[in-house]
Design a binder for this molecule. Structure first.
Ligand code: CAA
Ligand code: NAI
Length: 281
């Protein structure tokens, strides 16, 4: 696993590309437009410069040299591993997996998804090699959080899971847990209902976002409360994850509350747009 491709250089893709480049891998990031490729590079530069200023890496510039930012998916033809991190939309992701199946040449290559909640089988089945498709699910912020969920589908080759484990634990120095291929895997199946419950509390006027978050930080030692967390994840992603979970399990606890839907319609997506439950500079 020397040549890695990351498709989507948003919040997660830029973090994944950063940790791969910091591990000395040859990384290509594919974005959909020149402007978004520039934005991805800007995000990574900022994060690497912060790491350099704290003495965590020697040189941000040297790490950046290991990353190419492109808009042409065909450039991924020689990759050993491609990690998809585009928006949480099943139709758009399945189209991308069809394209990756055509483009990535080596039959030994692994096609991975960072999806939060879409069952991996739905992505594998549109390729000619579902046995080489797996979920490698990182957590936000990627440079900080240690966990990666490994999600083989019911037809993923067990050898692929072991290669992915060696990549995640050996090469990247993260910790893996094994999950079955059900919407939301382990962490989001527990975390998203918590976030949605916080949103329902705000919606019903039960308490303010500030007080709910303060309650969970000071009363339960969470690093952030559910509303700050929704803003960090992105309200669009939170809604998409809730919808996948609801589609799979039909449990009311996974249903997106109307306030979440209205905020997404209004473009109040959290940190990424500067306003969600809180306002950011
Ligand atoms: C939706 C999904 O599919 C799955 C998910 O990811 S769900 C979301 C999971 N994520 C969480 O639950 C996050 C919970 N929150 C936290 O862990 C913390 O609040 C936080 C790391 C985000 C911020 O921590 P904080 O202590 O309030 O802030 P801060 O002091 O600025 O940061 C702590 C450290 O993280 C680093 N950091 C924070 N954000 C960072 C980022 N985006 N990139 C790189 N480093 C970052 C800081 O540089 C700092 O490093 P040092 O300890 O070396 O100084
Ligand atoms: N936000 C979070 O906390 C987490 C999100 N995830 C998952 O990671 C994936 C990405 O999420 P985020 O990074 O938060 O989203 P984001 O909205 O920040 O980034 C998505 C990026 O993909 C790009 N993109 C869209 N279609 C593309 C295409 N066809 N080709 C190339 N680039 C394309 C967009 O330009 C954008 O930069 C989603 O599947 C999400 O569920 C996983 C863990 C945590």
């Amino acid at each position: 696993m020397q040549k890695v491709g990351v498709v989507g250089g948003g919040l997660m893709g830029s973090g994944i590309a950063e940790v791969c480049a910091r591990a000395g891998l040859d990384v290509i990031v594919v974005e959909s437009t020149e402007a978004s490729a520039e934005a991805a590079k800007g995000r990574m530069t900022k994060s690497l410069e912060r790491a350099e200023s704290k003495g965590k890496i020697e040189s941000a510039a040297a790490v950046l040299e290991g990353i190419r930012f492109v808009t042409d998916l065909e450039q991924l033809h020689d990759r050993d591993l491609v990690i998809e991190a585009i928006i949480e939309d099943e139709e758009i992701k399945t189209q991308l997996f069809r394209d990756l199946d055509r483009i990535v040449a080596s039959p030994d290559a692994i096609l991975a998804s960072n999806t939060s909640s879409i069952p991996i089988m739905k992505l594998g089945v549109v390729t000619s090699r579902p046995e080489r498709v797996i979920g490698i699910h990182f957590f936000n912020p990627v440079p900080v959080l240690k966990l990666v969920e490994l999600v083989p589908s019911i037809v993923t080759d067990p050898a692929v899971t072991e290669i992915a484990r060696t990549f995640v634990e050996g090469t990247l120095g993260k910790e893996a847990i094994d999950c079955k291929d059900r919407a939301g895997f382990v962490v989001n199946a527990l975390l998203i209902p918590f976030v949605l419950s916080g949103i329902r509390m705000v919606e019903s006027g039960f308490a303010s976002p500030e007080d709910i978050d303060k309650g969970l930080v000071l009363g339960a030692a969470h690093p952030q409360g559910p509303l700050a967390l929704a803003d960090l994840i992105g309200l669009d992603t939170t809604k998409a994850v809730a919808e996948s979970l609801y589609e799979e399990f039909k449990e009311p606890l996974f249903a997106a509350p109307p306030l979440l839907n209205r905020m997404v319609e209004a473009g109040l997506l959290g940190r990424k747009t500067g306003r969600g439950f809180y306002t950011y500079n």
